[in-house]
Design a binder for this molecule. Structure first.
Ligand code: G3P
Ligand code: CA
Length: 247
């Protein structure tokens, strides 16, 4: 498998090297040669789609409390970079629209519907359509209802389900059948429970297999060696180097 064929997806941007889900992290992904990134979305109190991983502000900003209880103006005022390093103090929480405007034509996006908020998937799809990016985005979620919402509202979009699928799961077939019924394109198992057998089974059913949770180089290599089609990774440079070595 070549570097071009395997989806090297910078997780929350190149989040090993810059504060996750910020311009700095996406810029770094580009600088390292990645062309695909993953990000997480929530609603602000006033209904804007903002790019941040946690439900709360405490870990990755100088604010505190729930993202969903702050207006966009309040969220924009926060420092989303200093927690990672003082050189990133200018980083801000961005809207999905700002991210699309900044990187359209340069990055492919895996948008994770993170908040348990009805309507978020549909509004994200509106944003994708408004930017003419239906070919440049995959919508993902751990939560089936948000994928159902996406399939109903925007069937033209590529979809991927982040699943706890693997050797210790007793509901493998149920997940696969549900994914087939929903017409999802990707099944996204954790790297640590991905096996060649699982990948083969999913390929037989027609799914793209995109791993997540490759938090170490060992797990990153596992995703590649199991025959998966891609993975998110915090250090895309190391993944590209590994893929290059295998050519
Ligand atoms: O690629 C999916 C991955 O991002 C899911 O885990 O916690 O990083 O959102 P998390
Ligand atoms: Ca995510």
């Amino acid at each position: 498998m070549t570097e071009r064929e395997f989806l090297c997806i910078a997780h929350r941007g190149a989040s090993s090297y810059a504060p996750e889900n910020t311009f700095a992290a996406f810029d770094k992904a580009l600088e390292l040669g990645a062309r695909q990134v993953e990000l997480d979305v929530h609603f602000s109190r006033d209904g804007h789609i903002v790019v941040i991983h946690d439900d709360t502000l405490d870990r990755t900003t100088d604010g505190s409390g729930a993202v969903s209880e702050m207006t966009l103006a309040e969220l924009r005022s926060l420092d989303a970079g200093s927690w990672f390093g003082p050189e990133y103090s200018g980083e801000r929480i961005r809207t999905l629209a700002e991210i699309f405007e900044q990187y359209k034509g340069r990055l492919y996006f895996h948008v994770e519907i993170k908040a348990r908020a009805e309507g978020l998937a549909s509004r994200a799809a509106d944003m994708v359509r408004a930017h003419g990016m239906t070919e440049d985005v995959t919508i993902t979620s751990f939560w089936k209802p948000w994928l159902e919402e996406t399939r109903m509202y925007a069937p033209e979009l590529t979809t991927g389900w982040l699943v706890p699928l693997g050797r210790d799961s007793s509901w493998d077939y149920s997940i696969i059948e549900q994914a087939l019924e929903l017409g999802l394109d990707q099944v996204c198992p954790r790297a640590d429970i991905t096996t060649p057998e699982l990948v083969s089974k999913l390929h037989q059913k027609g799914f793209v297999v995109r791993c997540h949770g490759a938090y170490s180089e060992e797990l990153m290599r596992r995703a590649v060696d199991c025959g998966a089609d891609g993975t998110t990774v915090n250090f895309p440079d190391k993944l590209m180097e590994y893929l290059g070595r295998r050519q």
